[in-house]
Design a protein around this ligand. Structure first.
Ligand code: ADP
Length: 284
């Protein structure tokens, strides 16, 4: 099984012809809400890719909380350990203009309130095969989760996004880093060199892998007609966590197929493919 300790947000998306200037009010052309947050998106992607997934995170006590919880349940993610804390759920206020340019304000809300992991949460981490984390919740919580996982032979996969300097006691517990080329540059050689497995996504070019003995693998992404790359990275990472036990070559092939399929559909979590779809594309 996979445990995700991470963020869950409501994405509030307003479409406009152009970006408003400071102090200006303009009319938008459409509005929609959809559950998001890297933690939730990757948990949904992993569940759709065929794993038993437990989500550890927090929503607020507002009207978004119920919808966010339901999105996990609908994707068959175990949401028993989703906390409800006083105050607002995490939100991302997103404005997209006619050129597809976006401007985003993320307010972490409940995501910043996961500070001490409970005994039940720690047990879930110890019992899992894989712990999957991102950096949209407090860094100390990610570090505590990763240290507990490492002490119980749970594989630690970290997608260090948004990129920030990583403390030594986190780096030393990570088995697999999943980064795009920007994050790879931001983390720097010193950090990367200390992690046994580094997976780098390359957009339409697929992904590469560097193993503990300097072993290198390149996997091409299947050619697809991409219409929306939102969520491709989360689909890739969720699927990678599910397939990791099959070894890097197979895991990268599965993850690249999942990422590619996600680009053929609009949206984030909703775009991530099922195990059947992934297997069909990998089989060619
Ligand atoms: P991020 O959005 O996090 O920067 P990438 O753009 O590298 O991540 O995409 C993640 C993965 O999604 C890639 O490794 C690849 O497998 C897949 N992918 C992304 N864009 C395309 C594309 N245009 N065609 C095929 N696969 C793609």
């Amino acid at each position: 099984s996979v445990v995700v300790v991470g963020s869950i947000n409501m994405d509030l998306v307003a479409r406009t012809d152009r970006m408003p200037a400071p102090g200006e009010t303009i009319l938008g052309t459409s509005f929609s809400t959809s559950p998001g947050g890297k933690g939730s998106n990757q948990a949904v992607a992993a569940a759709k890719a065929g794993a038993d997934v437990v989500f550890v995170g927090a929503v607020g006590d507002d009207t978004f909380a119920l919808e966010l919880r339901q999105a996990l349940v609908d994707a068959e993610v175990d949401a028993e350990r989703l906390r409800e804390v006083p105050g607002p759920s995490g939100v991302a206020a997103i404005t997209v203009d006619a050129d597809g340019q976006n401007a985003i304000v993320v307010v972490p809300g409940a995501n910043s309130r996961i500070v001490d992991l409970t005994d039940e949460e720690l047990t879930a981490i110890a019992d899992a095969d894989v712990l999957l984390c991102q950096l949209e919740i407090p860094l100390d919580t990610v570090t505590a989760a990763a240290r507990h996982a490492a002490a119980h032979d749970t594989v630690v996969i970290l997608n260090p996004s948004p990129a920030q300097p990583l403390p030594d006691d986190l780096v030393d517990t990570v088995d697999v880093l999943v980064v795009n080329e920007t994050e790879e540059r931001q983390l720097g050689e010193n950090t990367l060199a200390r992690v046994p497995h580094v997976v780098t996504t390359l957009g339409a070019d697929g992904a590469r892998y560097r193993g503990p003995d300097g072993e290198r693998i390149r996997v091409d992404a299947p050619a697809v007609e991409a219409i929306d790359t939102t969520g491709a990275g989360d689909a890739f990472t969720g699927a990678l966590a599910v397939a990791w036990h099959r070894g890097p070559q197979d895991a990268l092939a599965v993850a690249c197929a999942a990422g590619a399929l996600a680009t053929t559909r609009p949206g984030a979590a909703a775009a991530s493919p099922t195990r059947t779809e992934i297997d069909a594309l990998v089989a060619g």
